[in-house]
Design a protein around this ligand. Structure first.
Ligand code: SF4
Length: 68
């Protein structure tokens, strides 16, 4: 799994870091906008990452599933 974000569309809702805190962060010093902690998360995080992608209100998170 490969995770990318579009920093121009994030609206700093914080859903992603609440759902997958090992993969996404919404830091105060970044204005609450998303940053990625792990672009190639381990399988144990995949369900949370997919949920974060679904919950993102601005379709900022992109998940590529081609990696095993
Ligand atoms: S859920 Fe989407 S809009 Fe909200 S902080 Fe995360 S990337 Fe940004």
């Amino acid at each position: 799994m490969k995770v990318t974000i579009n920093p121009t569309t994030c609206i700093a809702s914080g859903n992603c870091s609440r759902t997958a805190p090992k993969v996404f962060a919404n830091r105060e010093e970044d204005g609450g906008f998303v940053s990625i902690l792990d672009e190639s998360p381990p399988e144990s995080e995949w369900a949370a990452v997919r949920e974060a992608e679904d919950l993102c209100p601005s379709a900022t998170i992109r998940v590529e599933e081609d990696e095993t």
